[in-house]
Ligand binder design. Structure first.
Ligand code: FES
Ligand code: FES
Length: 152
């Protein structure tokens, strides 16, 4: 038994210590906003925040995050999180939508670290894959989120 802090709640998890966090989120807790893409930390569909840092939950064993605060797309709030989600709607970013929760989590973590990123900062930090090719709208939405946040 391990206790995890997920979206502000302490939750007891009955799983092996090396179980990937993504499995627990989706299968044990029904937090299916976090997606499975590659399972090898390559695509970013499974991105969550661990103590505010973007991490690929398919490759994080639960024993590694037992002392941490985990946030999933379902629990994303705050000025930055809200600005990013609003910008995503205003720029109509998603196509199929599958990669987008992971994108939003990666972008929210970036904007906390770098509140006004350049295009180069964005390219360096956001390495998530979108098979629909929504990258130009993602970039526009990031710049819009910065504006929304400064106006808030
Ligand atoms: S599913 Fe985790 S990085 Fe692709
Ligand atoms: S919107 Fe379809 S994979 Fe990104």
């Amino acid at each position: 038994m391990l206790t995890l802090n997920i979206n502000g709640k302490e939750i007891q998890i009955d799983a092996e210590e090396d179980t990937p966090l993504l499995w627990v989120l989706r299968d044990n807790l029904d937090l299916t906003g976090t997606k499975f893409g590659c399972g090898i930390a390559a695509c970013g569909a499974c991105t969550v925040h661990v103590d505010g840092t973007a991490m690929r939950s398919c490759s994080v064993p639960i024993s590694m995050v037992a002392e941490s605060k985990i946030t999933t797309i379902e629990g994303l709030t705050g000025t930055v999180g809200n600005a990013v989600q609003r910008a995503w709607i205003e720029e109509q970013v998603p196509q199929c939508g599958y990669c987008q929760p992971g994108m939003i989590m990666a972008v929210s973590a970036l904007l906390k670290e770098t509140p006004s990123p350049t295009d180069e900062d964005i390219d360096d930090a956001i390495t998530n894959i979108c098979r629909c090719g929504t990258y130009p709208r993602i970039r526009k939405a990031i710049h819009r989120a910065v504006k929304l946040e400064t106006e808030a």
